[in-house]
Design a protein around this ligand. Structure first.
Ligand code: FE2
Length: 156
């Protein structure tokens, strides 16, 4: 693991998320993996480190589906034209297994680019702030158009 990028998540109290794929209010409900074929090149694993800067709970954070392997046959609902990230159709039955992420400020979770997850609408009345670090193998190159605040990868 050598390359590292950072990505800030800000979800306003209105529920509007400001990530690359959340420019429209309702997009925060879309199930996806953090896989960005137009922003990363090469083959290798990516690990996300999601660090809560404010409290994360089931009313403002995100949820994931346990054991949703990459070979699970999910149909693609749409693709983010900027990142190439796919959004999936997830059945109600599968969504019933979702688990909310609960974190206090300063706590973090780690997950790979295989995890199916989605943001939930922020109905907490509080702004949610977090920082996501993405760590990849040296075989994965972070492309310069990763985000408007692109900075060179840090080699550890
Ligand atoms: Fe995500």
């Amino acid at each position: 693991m050598q390359n590292i990028t950072k990505h800030q998540h800000i979800t306003r109290a209105s529920g509007r998320c400001q990530t690359s794929y959340c420019h429209q209010p309702n997009n925060c409900h879309l199930w996806h993996r953090d896989s960005y074929p137009k922003l990363l090149s090469g083959v290798g694993k990516t690990i996300n480190v999601y660090i809560a800067l404010t409290e994360v709970n089931k009313f403002n954070g995100f949820e994931f589906i346990p054991n949703a392997k990459k070979d699970r046959n999910l149909s693609v609902k749409m693709t983010d034209p900027f990142s190439g990230n796919n959004f999936f159709e997830v059945t109600e039955k599968l969504a019933e297994n979702s688990v909310p992420v609960i974190l206090k400020p300063g706590q973090f979770v780690m997950f790979t680019d295989e995890l199916i997850h989605r943001s939930v609408c922020n109905t907490s009345g509080q702004v949610r702030l977090s920082l996501t670090l993405r760590v990849t193998q040296p075989s994965v190159e972070v492309l310069p158009n990763y985000n408007p605040n692109y900075q060179q990868s840090v080699l550890l």
